[in-house]
Design a protein around this ligand. Sequence first.
Ligand code: AMP
Ligand code: ZN
Length: 492
Amino acid sequence: MPLRLFNTLSGQLDELVPADGDVLRMYACGPTVYDYGHIGNFRTFLQVDVLRRFLKLTGIRLRHVMNITDVDDKIIRNAAAAGIPISEYTPRYVDAFFEDLDSLRVEHPEQIARATQHIPRMVDLIQRLAAVGAAYQTEDGSWYFRLSAFPAYGKLSKKDLSGMEDGARVDVDEYEKDSARDFALWKAAKPGETAWDTAIGRGRPGWHIECSAMAMEYLGDSFDLHAGGEDLMFPHHENEIAQSETVTGKPFARHWMHVRFLLVDGRKMSKSEGNFYTLRDLLLKGYKASAIRLALISVPYRHQLNFTFDGLTEATHAIERLRTFHDRLTQTTLAAGENPALQEGAKKAQAEYMAALSNDLNTAEARAPIFELIRTANTAIDRGQFLAGDREAILAVLRDFDAVFDVLEDRDAEPTRRALAWAEQAGKMSEVAPELLAAQSLTDEEIEALVAERTMAKKQRNFARADQIRNQLAENGIVLEDSKDGVRWKRK
Ligand code: AMP
Ligand code: ZN
């Protein structure tokens, strides 16, 4: 079933298939590494991950490129404030970014491209623009794109630019909406700033040229899909199109995907509003990485996600339901045979799941039949109507669900441990939730030893000691589950 994905450029749902019939070539704008990523950033990267994983589930091979913007106005400003060169400033945030992606189980693109490693390619592009009269140099040595050289400007964001002032310029990387202007391709070096000596002068690239140069380097002049958050549609993506298509005369990306912005408690997330969260903030509050992943992907990418702590709690419960069901399914002894109604139910859930995702990646509608199936299957197990021959059919549905959602297996301890190690090093231990600290105060070995002691105490009918240990563990946020195969424990 091919994916029908909304295409900002055409303004409608278009089928997304590789133009060469083989590998789908896509570019997604990556982070600017001047700080830790916030949940809005990760909402966008997670939705691109959903796209990736669904395409792979339908058998499509991918070549996905993501840039890392490791030179820009903000980076230069922050590095200067810290009194270090940008080459020392950015690596910390690059590493943190990938660590956070791993915590959220976001797959890495096939190709990562760092801006500072592609300067010659950008210079080449600017020279080619200059050769056709679409780039000009100003007195200070900077280079600008001449907007009037590209009459189709505005075709992506559908802006009416008729009142545009010819020759008006803007030199910052990010500028006000609706102010279409000749934009900077190359910024002449200011004293003390990081700069490269090149054929077009000493300076550094603008942000927009970076993505054009790296996308075309790894994917060719034309490719299948370009993605990013909705804020990038104008001017960033519009500028990428103008630069690239002016040079090649060919369509740049055929399909454009934009992820809607996330709100927090119904408002724009901002530091001054006090509703700004990085992934690390949430991990230190005791939320699990899997719950954050599920909460950030469960609202389809084209809908506004209103992030709330209630939503995170709901996601936590949904994951518990899923994992408990999976354990039950794999551990219960079942009578031989097959239940045709369950087999039918599994088929239907699988079909609805795939149909929802292929309809513009509707993750909310895709989740519903899976949880419905879990309810039906749980009831069937309760009533002895779930038979050994049904197990594989249901597991197969869960596998497809997890190929995209990836929350089934409990891998939450590691991200939390990493966040705590970071908090300790960054002097942020005061921000750690007390329950989380308690749960981490015992090592796995200490917990195992207490669990073994409790088992022994019960055998010896010393129930007082057994209860004492259970309570002690509970106080430290460790839950015990007694089953016929022994005791299992987990951190709450
Ligand atoms: P940046 O590091 O600021 O360049 O942003 C990285 C990505 O996160 C871009 O694709 C942005 O569009 C996206 N982004 C930034 N803020 C939000 C938000 N509140 N909601 C969704 N995506 C966002
Ligand atoms: Zn970009």
